[in-house]
Design a protein around this ligand. Structure first.
Ligand SMILES: C[S@@+](CC[C@H](N)C(=O)[O-])C[C@H]1O[C@@H](n2cnc3c(N)ncnc32)[C@H](O)[C@@H]1O
Ligand code: SF4
Length: 398
């Protein structure tokens, strides 16, 4: 990664920074830049904008913080993974519901899914934006070219500029150099030449590795992102999977301090003003729960790939039926605007885990309003074949 010093006020005149003073979402990655008015309009027209879709559970890395729950690994006994054809069909269904983005948040490393290129081409062919989260381990120059032609936006992992720390965090020697080369290919190709940008770095901040008293590394990466028109997805850990322990996420106060350190840089060096929304730094606000659905490896549907409230199963019902079910409407009624229930409940010391957590709201809803047949059918389908392992594969000690 390019090294930089303290920014001068000249950076406040960069075109993407000027555009962000009009609309902060101009600094978010293309395909995820849902502003409040876009979300409000979609809500009033019951339009779905965003599909999150898991691809393969395979991954060559072994990140000590990986948030995947057991249902996001391959080969869960008696659960049948979606095929590429089924995924392509879901993409078309999402398009018919109004979707403009299909995001691939995992489950493992999306780029090594056998259907990866057909699926990205399918999204592009429907005029939607493919958004890919990748470790960057398999991102060579020709893949970067191909992704560029297919209109993709890429979130690439970058936890530390110290290659030793980066390798340690993912449990694989030599990873950091490959991922840094991957980021270089994206910039060389021009993924950061549009507004909004088509490239983001994903940095998870953990007390174990990359947190320091004044968050120097976070601030430095943030500044580099701003100067280079790279979306800064700098966040505290999602307490799920291997990270489902309070000790692995920054305390609430530390998280607030981190957001404040970033906000000051934005205000003083880039002339950007906003109210930060924990847990996202830099003024980013997740609004996906109001406008999207997440489908996991086996076709189980949730509101988001983090917390995940179970909504149904695509092998029993169409995406449209699930989107319009009474429980799904109930889940997306409160305006999210950046609020991350999953992290907040851990900071509030609410105890629950696994599937119990994913069904908690439904059980309360059921008690008050009666069962939702779409959720019930989905649960039946999931349990029919189920023998969900209760243990997440361990990353070993860190
Ligand atoms: C599950 S990964 C899948 C994509 C790819 N294998 C990767 O790691 O980039 C998707 C994104 O979630 C991030 N992630 C993984 N575990 C996390 C956690 N506990 N909290 C926050 N983000 C996490 C990863 O860094 C990555 O950017
Ligand atoms: S977070 Fe790490 S271990 Fe988990 S899927 Fe991504 S690269 Fe693989």
């Amino acid at each position: 990664m390019m090294s930089i010093g303290k920014a001068s006020t000249a950076y406040a005149d960069l075109p993407h920074i000027v555009a962000a003073r009009e609309r902060i979402e101009n600094l978010w990655a293309a395909g995820t830049d849902y502003s409040k008015d876009i979300v409000d309009d979609a809500r009033s027209n019951n339009r779905m904008l965003h599909l999150d879709l898991d691809l393969t559970g395979e991954c060559k890395l072994n990140c000590f913080y990986c948030d995947r729950t057991p249902d996001r690994y391959n080969s869960v006994p008696n659960r049948v993974e979606l095929t590429t054809a089924e995924r392509l069909d879901l993409i078309e269904q999402a398009r018919n519901l109004g979707a403009t983005t299909v995001e691939f948040p995992g489950a493992g490393e999306p780029m090594i899914d056998v259907g990866f290129w057909d699926i990205i081409a399918g999204v592009h062919g429907h005029g939607m934006t493919p958004v890919i989260f990748t470790s960057g381990y398999h991102l060579d120059r020709s893949a970067a070219d191909r992704l560029f032609q297919l209109g993709a936006t890429v979130f690439i992992k970058h936890n530390s500029s110290d290659t030793h720390i980066q390798d340690k965090m993912v449990g694989l020697a030599g990873y950091a150099e490959k991922a840094n080369a991957g980021l270089h290919y994206l910039l060389e190709k021009g993924f950061n030449q549009s507004i909004p940008t088509r490239v983001a770095v994903d940095m998870v901040v953990t007390p174990q590795f990359n947190e320091s008293k004044d968050f120097e590394e976070v601030v430095e990466l943030h500044r580099w992102c701003r100067i280079n028109n790279v979306h800064n997805y700098i966040v505290t850990l999602i307490p799920e999977g291997r990270a489902d322990r309070a000790a692995m996420i920054l305390e609430r106060e530390r998280s607030n301090n981190m957001l404040e350190a970033v906000r000051k840089v934005d205000e003083q060096e880039f002339g950007l003003t906003y109210k930060p929304s924990r847990p996202m730094s830099g003024g980013y606000r997740c609004r996906q729960v109001n406008v999207g659905l997440f489908v996991n490896l086996f076709g189980e549907v949730y509101d988001c790939n983090g917390l995940g409230r179970f909504l149904g199963h695509v092998r029993c019902d169409s995406l449209e039926t699930i989107w319009n079910s009474k429980f799904a409407r109930h889940v997306r009624t409160p305006v999210q605007d950046g609020f991350c229930l999953l992290r907040e409940r851990v900071w509030d010391s609410v105890q629950s885990s696994g599937m119990e957590r994913k069904l908690h709201l439904y059980r309360r809803f059921e008690g008050r309003h009666g069962a939702d047949e779409v959720v019930e059918r989905g649960l039946h389908a999931m349990h029919q074949g189920e023998e969900t392992p209760t243990v997440v594969p361990s990353a070993g000690s860190v």
